[in-house]
Ligand binder design. Structure first.
Ligand code: ATP
Length: 133
């Protein structure tokens, strides 16, 4: 089975680098499945888990926005923050989710609501990636 190299990078570190068979991401325009030899593209991503298929297994990485760049046989994801399934602190994400929900329920100024909404999305995506639904 042919592969492509997937790299996930944040300003702090390289979170992931592996040869995979397929990458599935949530772009702003919808879900994208990328196989080897996909046409080159660059598109922004939503806050959502990224799925890497390797043989019969799927690996999930929580990717918090950023961009995906599809090159010839390489896919690079650049994001503000990203965590492997195994690196996610589930209780921290649960607390962040509750905090964000509380802030949203208080209906403060718009800018705070936006911040809380983004924090909520990150927490939900982390919990989904870690398989805690
Ligand atoms: P919190 O309110 O818990 O800090 P946050 O969404 O505000 O969550 P970010 O600003 O997205 O956190 O991330 C800050 C750093 O902490 C990043 O390096 C990110 O990878 C890491 N991080 C945040 N939440 C978690 C978590 N639940 N498990 C593992 N790493 C996390």
């Amino acid at each position: 089975m042919s592969t492509l190299r997937l790299e996930i990078v944040t300003p702090e570190r390289k979170v992931y680098e592996k040869d995979v068979n397929m990458v599935v991401v949530k772009g702003v325009a919808g879900e994208l499945g990328i196989l080897p030899h996909h046409i080159p593209l660059v598109t922004p991503l939503k806050v959502a888990p990224v799925k890497a298929k390797i043989g019969n297994t799927n690996e999930f990485i929580a990717v918090h926005g950023g961009f995906i760049e599809v090159r010839k046989d390489k896919v690079v994801i650049l994001a503000e923050a990203a965590e492997l399934e195994s690196d996610i602190d589930v209780s921290r994400a649960r607390m962040a989710k509750e905090r964000a929900e509380r802030r949203l329920a208080q209906k403060q100024a718009d800018i705070n609501a936006h911040r809380a909404e983004m924090a909520l999305q990150r927490a939900i995506s982390r919990l989904e990636t870690a398989g805690d639904k």
